[in-house]
Design a protein around this ligand. Structure first.
Ligand code: HEM
Length: 431
């Protein structure tokens, strides 16, 4: 069941990048300057004064994101990226404001609450599957986005039936491309508004449409009956419109990326696909995650190989040392989750797809952090894992996925994605 796996591989730079390469490529796409040595070493210091330290060892990552997180703040690009999508909402907030919003939203993601959402996850998958012909070549990103948009607009933000999930599914990738755009000009100490204007953020039609949708949803809440969605918990605690707007990219792009890869990998691994399909077919109207043992293993293994958030950026708060590396205030530290997940010293056959690594009873892998760690770890980790598992099982219960004639090219810019899309052929299951 092993054998050569035709999975695409991201190639890190063969050498240390020059300072010029870091400036030219690194500002827009930090992933482009990561040397391949990070797959063998705990950390790699890029050349030049104040250049980023790339970190992949789990204990160091836990120090940066967890134990010493007060000494590693978000870097300026990360802050700006978050403000562009979240305004003053949860993921962009800092200090007490963040703590208040985080505390208020956490209960929505507790296991009992997630359990209550499983049927809605399945219904969202069915709604999109009902529209598929008997056989189709699927654009897996678009397909996954249509399902996840239905979940976001029903479970996380009650869309009242007037938000079009397919339109949101189309607009979010354009928004991500736009807000994730940084150039050399962004290094200058100019006002943020001016830089955002120069980057065309306010003029982008997709950004405008999603902003208008968030405003419309926020306004409707003031008039209508009380809701029981995630946003309801933030009422009176954080800015509602900003939080709705921020959820679109945070809850969609990551989950969509993970789910699209999951579908893609399943098309290439029929024996695992069959096991997931069997679990999907056994699901009744009341769903329990305990029924999806193999499916959840598959989901974790996909999140390992293709972590939707491949890099997390921090900035050193004051001069210090990390594992012998001297760090200067303001220096960027890049957590390379993608490299940790495929590290040659930390995994056996790191590039091969083997969901048994996550089998019940196996020691939980230490070098697995698709949701980050520490106080700012993804608030929705269990929600997202459950969402991916239920949707994948539902899709494979009804359709067989086969490889399409297509070779993905992996990029780690903002999310782990394929620049030329992800495709598979879907055929309705008989009987
Ligand atoms: C597979 C899907 C997902 C992945 C891989 C993922 C990954 C992450 C990661 C790595 C972080 C931490 C970033 C950092 O420390 O710099 C994060 C934060 C966050 N995620 Fe997710 N995420 C996913 C799905 C979701 C969903 C469905 C939601 C919906 C509510 C969500 C909401 C958030 C929020 C609000 C934060 C910021 C938390 C804070 O600052 O306190 N994520 N996510």
């Amino acid at each position: 069941m092993t054998g050569e796996l035709p999975l695409p591989r991201f190639e890190f730079r063969p050498d240390q990048p020059s300072i010029w390469a870091m400036l030219r490529q690194g500002v827009g796409n930090p992933a482009a300057v990561i040397p391949v040595a990070i797959l063998e070493q705990p950390a790699v210091q890029l050349p030049g004064p104040g250049a980023p330290l790339i970190v992949a060892a789990p204990d160091l990552v836990r120090e940066v994101l967890g134990g010493r997180s007060e000494s590693f703040t978000r870097d300026r690009f990360m802050r700006r990226l978050l403000r562009r999508s979240w305004g003053r909402g949860l993921a962009a907030a800092e200090g007490e404001d963040w703590q208040r919003q985080r505390r208020a939203a956490v209960p929505f993601f507790r296991p009992q609450m997630v359990q209550q959402q499983l049927a809605a996850f399945a219904a969202a998958a069915d709604a999109v599957l009902d529209q598929l012909p008997e056989r189709a070549e699927l654009d897996l990103v678009d397909f996954s986005a249509r399902i996840i948009a239905r979940i976001v607009l029903e479970v996380l933000v009650d869309g009242e039936g007037f938000a079009d999930p397919d339109a949101a599914a189309r607009d979010v990738p354009a928004l991500i491309r736009r807000i994730g755009r940084f150039t050399l000009l962004d290094l200058l100490p100019l006002p943020e508004r001016l830089l955002d204007f120069k980057n065309g953020i306010g003029r982008d039609p997709a950004v405008r449409r999603l902003k208008a949708l968030a405003a419309q949803l926020a306004a409707a809440r003031k008039l209508g009956a009380a809701r029981s969605d995630m946003i309801a918990l933030l009422e009176g605690v954080g800015p509602i419109e900003d939080n709705i707007r921020g959820l679109f990219p945070a809850a969609m792009e990551t989950t969509v990326a993970g789910l699209a890869w999951a579908h893609y990998v399943m098309a290439l691994r029929p024996e695992w696909q069959q096991q997931v399909a069997d679990e999907g077919r056994a699901l009744g109207t009341s769903i329990d995650l305990g029924q999806l043992v193999k499916t959840r293993q598959v989901v974790n293994e996909v999140l390992r190989l293709y972590p939707p958030a491949p890099l997390m950026a921090r900035s050193v708060a004051q001069d210090m040392e990390l594992d012998g590396y001297p760090l200067k205030a303001g220096q960027p530290v890049l957590i390379a989750a993608y490299a940790m997940h495929r590290h040659r010293q930390l995994w056996d056959n790191p590039d091969s797809f083997d969901p048994n690594r996550f089998a019940p009873g196996a020691a939980p892998p230490d070098a697995f952090m698709p949701f980050g760690t520490g106080p700012r770890m993804c608030i929705a980790a269990q929600f997202a894992q459950a969402e991916m598992a239920v949707v994948l099982a539902k899709v494979l219960a009804r359709f067989v996925l086969e490889p399409a004639d297509h070779q993905p090219q992996v990029s780690l810019q903002v999310t782990t994605h394929s620049v030329n899309g992800l495709k598979a052929v879907a055929r309705q299951r008989q009987g």
